[in-house]
Design a protein around this ligand. Sequence first.
Ligand SMILES: [Zn+2]
Length: 203
Amino acid sequence: MDDLIAGYRRFREVAWPERRQVFEQLAAKGQKPQTLVVACSDSRVDPQMIFNAGPGEMFIVRNVANLVPPYQPDANYHGTSAAIEFAVRVLKVKQVVVMGHAQCGGVHALLDGAPPGAEDFVAEWMEIAEPARRMAEQSGLPGELRQRFCEQCCVKLSLSNLSGFPWVRERVAAGDLKLHGAYFGVASGRLEIMNDDGNFAAV
Ligand SMILES: [Zn+2]
């Protein structure tokens, strides 16, 4: 905990005085972010850092392997879908970015099995991405290339599932909401954006 307290003290000394007015305004007027980001929980892939965004700019939901589950309004607990609903229907964000990344542990578990100690939830969560796993298997690509292909398939799958949410589909059709795919290279620090043809190209 000591390192967290030390980090908080640095925040209070440096970032807070610089941003105090912004935070106060956000507290008084409420948040109005333009962007929803669906990213992985991976500690190396922080959307606010990668997009150099400040407080109030991005609504972020992070989970294992940046997956959007299918639209399933039932009695189960849907943390990711709840965040998407709030961002799209209440905050009325203008764009959604699904950001995958290299060396994703969730995708590794999907391709090679969940690591010991992660059997209760990880494997079942990753079943959302079963179509991506099948595509990766059929690609015939070796090792790292197969993993990268599967990571990018997961981004496409999430975008496809997102389009299955009726109020997302409606706002997209009305030209009021845009959906984007992105992919972050942890080692290179480079971001790739998905084109209309489904390929990822460096920014
Ligand atoms: Zn990941």
